[in-house]
Design a protein around this ligand. Structure first.
Ligand code: GLU
Length: 326
């Protein structure tokens, strides 16, 4: 039978981790090739090529590295791969997925997966997740859905997915919208049609810095007051509730918003910011008047990625359009 081509890249994370010596913590040492050999069923699905692009905890991935992963993935599709699967640590999986999704202009699926249990742990789910991710990447009805995250039998779209549990097997969810699909008896089932995607051009520069600060009760303004002096090119605030800050923060944010883009998202982990409900100082109507943009459903971390990419291609003027599209 003529099998499709599929490319897999390993970046590290718990899925690639094991303990080298008894009593020591787990570290990323398991190569992509070794991961692949733990899932013999894959050979019956596709001609697989696998590369180990990194063996890092996902906290140490960065945007430059992800740009090189993107270019590797594009090259694989150019060489005839029907889809691409990337394994990485789950700690920053939602951010990598969003970053790559903003830039992935192919119809072919780009699927990210990982594991909550290390390769050496009983019940390690890395091999099952990898097999599921490959099934999703190979499914023709996955085309046109951009970047997706496959974990624990669920398929999540990059724009919606969040890590919502620190250690549980069911660590990922898509608040409000739920998973985009499921793996049912090994087959890929989508629960809703693909949504319209608005892909960004590649950033021409990568030295821009975007700060992300969370509002908290009785917080002082010291860090906020130094944002411009520290050379930041944009600021994202994870605000209270529907996108609110204290009166003192609102005053400083106004000064900042004269110089650089300021986005206010919600720190709650679910839902949208408001636009026209609260009229108090530091509320969304006040902050909007002072020049801030409300993030809507875009979470603070993904708003930071969006702003970094827009500043990188000098399209920060289009920020509002990208924030309202979800
Ligand atoms: N729980 C994380 C993981 O699943 C820790 C390490 C990392 O993110 O690289 O991979």
């Amino acid at each position: 039978m003529d099998l499709p081509k599929l490319s897999i890249a390993a970046l590290g994370g718990t899925v690639s981790m094991q303990s080298e010596n008894t009593g020591e913590g787990i570290v990323p040492t398991v190569s992509g090739e070794a991961l692949l050999s733990s899932v013999p069923a894959l050979e019956t699905l596709a001609h697989i090529s696998v590369e180990t692009l990194g063996l890092m905890p996902s906290a140490s991935l960065d945007f430059e590295f992800l740009l090189s992963v993107l270019s590797w993935a594009n090259f694989q599709i150019g060489q005839g791969a029907a889809g691409v699967v990337i394994t990485q640590g789950t700690d920053t999986l939602e951010e990598s997925a969003a970053f790559l999704d903003y830039l992935w202009d192919r119809d072919e699926p780009l699927v990210l997966t990982g594991a909550m249990r290390s390769a050496s742990e009983p019940g390690a789910e890395g091999p099952a997740n990898l097999l599921d991710a490959c099934r999703v990447a190979l499914a023709t009805h996955s085309r046109g859905r951009g970047v997706q995250v496959v974990m624990n039998g669920q398929i999540h779209s990059a724009s919606a997915v969040r890590k919502t549990d620190s250690l549980a097997l069911q660590a990922f969810s898509s608040p409000i919208v739920g998973p985009a699909g499921l793996l049912v008896e090994s087959s890929v089932r989508y629960l809703r049609p693909p949504s319209l995607r608005n892909v960004l051009p590649l950033p021409q520069q990568t030295s821009q810095k975007i700060a992300l600060l969370e509002a908290s009760l009785s917080a002082d303004c010291s860090i906020l007051e130094n944002i411009l002096g520290l050379g930041y090119d944009g600021l994202v605030i994870a605000g209270f509730g529907a996108g609110h800050v204290s009166e003192s923060w609102a005053d400083v944010m106004e000064t900042i918003a004269w110089q650089i883009p300021v986005i206010v998202a919600t720190r709650t982990g679910s839902g949208s910011t408001a636009q026209a409900t609260y009229g108090f100082t530091g509320g969304e109507m006040d902050l909007t008047r002072r020049g801030a943009l409300m993030a809507g459903f875009v979470c603070p971390r993904k708003a930071r990625i969006l702003l970094w990419l827009l500043v990188g291609c000098e399209r920060q003027g289009e920020l509002a359009r990208y924030l309202t599209q979800d």
